[in-house]
Write a protein that binds this ligand. Structure first.
Ligand SMILES: [Zn+2]
Ligand SMILES: [Zn+2]
Length: 65
């Protein structure tokens, strides 16, 4: 089942909360991303689920220079 606004990415565009922040339909407005209010709404004090692609990019670049 897919989340309509975020395409199951878990993150939406901050300026356009009905568009995914990553993936095929990702918003290109350059706005920041925010957790999808529909499917990625963490309880207080919990971290929102990070999108898969995001994690891969961090892995690829690494934390060292
Ligand atoms: Zn946008
Ligand atoms: Zn969602």
């Amino acid at each position: 089942m897919r989340c309509q606004p975020c395409d199951d990415v878990g993150w939406v565009c901050e300026n356009h909360p009905d568009r995914p922040w990553l993936g095929e339909r990702a918003c290109n407005c350059g706005g920041a991303g925010m957790p999808c209010p529909t499917c990625n709404c963490p309880a207080e004090g919990e971290t929102p689920r990070m999108p898969d692609g995001f994690r891969v990019e961090v892995d690829k670049n690494g934390w060292r220079n």
